[in-house]
Write a protein that binds this ligand. Structure first.
Ligand code: IFM
Length: 453
């Protein structure tokens, strides 16, 4: 079996660097009868939306099996666990608090703490309660205020027991994929709506920040964004310009307002009727200081010019993952150093997601996923290089702990370092999980010895 290895002097080996595994509520929890329906429940019921026609009603039965899953996490030797809270498990349609739902997360955080694992909470990982979508969802600015109320309820319950609160996970997906490209729930295809959803999501982030700071003054507060370096399909000026526009539209659109209080200049290129409505004071609310930036990284993207706009060119050359994504670890170093060059010193960063889907096979109770070990080695080295180049990266979370519901791909994509049999719910640590476990446990031992000396 291959190993995980890093240069001997790497900062990633120090005890200050945090290693963890990550999941999200809708993708693993199940127990849908104990929460309000979300936009993903509705989407799953619509013909043709999910590749295998599946849904998240059962998923990994995590709500039932969470104690075993926590033991599994602890056995890996990680410092931290990143998970998300299902809004509809906490706040009912009538606005009352679902105390049992909230208790599930309180118990989870307490169990993690008892095992010395820090909790990194994401408040919104795409599972908007359907009752809010019925009132316009992220196209309605009132949803941003509802989010701040929900964030306050969670922070009141969990307070400083949580190490970090991320308001949103990948607003690019909840805005662009969901309201502009129609690929994710609620499946709307409209540019103006995509831009409005993005703005209202960022507003929700900004409105929630003071509530989080008030009730968890010692925790870190921030947001999780996904980035992908945008490369031109050719050296032509038109393609280079297309790639630059894609970078502004897909990457900068979410980070720049938070760090500078302005949208990228590309906003001016949009027709007036496509621009988001921005109320006076919104940009100040959005641009409050954050304690950390969560970064999700998977691949690079290639764009060509299409009528003075950009169009993506899907990769065809191997190595690709089963998502069809190119394996391109150097893109992580590139995109972060590039953002820091454009926007100035970035806040401290956690790589909150990184991982890959491969065609895993169970043979004699083992999954020999060598390609995933290579993927992790390549990307951990890229994180090491980010630090060498002056980007302050403080932690790394593998996506994902478990094989799970991969949104529009259903259960056809396996991202876990733990294999899940969705019939029996049996969990098997893949070879990548074993390699990471060995790396994490050895690292812990070394840092403990170093500290004792
Ligand atoms: O599974 C998703 C996750 O929910 C958000 N980031 C990307 C992952 C892989 O597609």
């Amino acid at each position: 079996m291959k190993k995980i290895s890093l240069p001997e002097h790497s900062e990633l080996l120090s005890s200050e660097f945090i290693f963890g595994v990550a999941t999200s509520s809708f993708q693993i929890e199940g127990a849908a009868d104990q929460r309000e329906p979300s936009i993903w429940d509705t989407f799953c019921q619509q013909q043709g939306r999910i590749k295998d026609g599946s849904d998240g009603l059962v998923a990994c039965e995590h709500v039932l099996r969470w104690r075993d899953d926590v033991d599994l996490i602890a056995s890996l030797g990680v410092d931290a666990y990143r998970f998300s809270i299902a809004w509809g498990r906490v706040i009912r349609a009538n606005g009352s608090i679902n105390e049992e739902g909230l208790a599930f997360y309180v118990n989870l955080v307490d169990a993690l703490a008892a095992l010395g694992i820090s909790a990194h909470v994401t408040l919104y990982h795409w599972d908007l309660p359907q009752y809010l979508e019925d009132k316009g969802g992220w196209l309605n600015r009132e949803t941003a205020h509802k989010f701040a109320e929900y964030a306050e309820v969670v922070a009141q319950a969990l307070g400083d027991k949580v190490a970090s609160y991320a308001t949103l996970n990948e607003p690019f997906c909840s805005a662009y994929l969901s309201y502009e490209a129609g690929i994710h729930a609620p499946g709307v295809k409209d540019r103006k709506k995509g831009r409005q959803a993005a703005h209202n999501l960022l507003l929700a982030h900004g409105l929630a920040m003071p509530k989080l700071r008030k009730h968890a003054p010692n925790a870190e507060h921030g947001i999780v964004l996904n980035f992908s370096p945008c490369h031109p399909a050719s050296d032509s000026a038109a393609d280079r310009n297309a790639a630059a526009m894609a970078h502004a539209y897909h990457n900068l659109w979410y980070l720049q307002p938070i760090l500078t209080g302005n949208y990228p200049d590309l906003l001016e290129r949009l027709a007036a009727h496509e621009r988001p409505e921005v109320a006076p004071g919104d940009m100040q609310i959005i641009s409050q200081p954050i304690d950390f930036l969560g970064v999700n990284y998977y691949t690079r993207t290639v764009f060509r010019d299409k009528n003075d706009w950009f169009s993506d060119v899907p990769p065809t050359e191997p190595p690709l993952t089963t998502m069809g994504w190119e394996i391109y670890p150097e893109g992580l170093t590139e995109v972060l150093t590039d953002l820091q060059h454009t926007l100035g010193k970035l806040p401290p960063i956690y790589i909150t997601e990184n991982g890959a889907a491969f065609p895993d096979e169970v043979v004699n109770n083992r999954v020999h996923d060598e390609a995933r070990i290579d993927y992790y080695n390549g990307h951990l080295l890229a994180v090491h290089r980010c630090i060498e180049k002056g980007v302050e990266v403080r932690g790394y979370f593998a996506w994902s702990l478990l094989d799970n519901f991969e949104w529009a791909e259903g259960y056809t994509q396996r991202f876990g370092i733990v294999h899940v049999d969705f019939d029996s719910q049996q969990r098997i640590l893949k070879d990548s999980g074993r390699a990471l476990r060995q790396f994490w446990q050895t690292r812990k031992l070394h840092t403990q010895v170093a500290e004792a000396l």
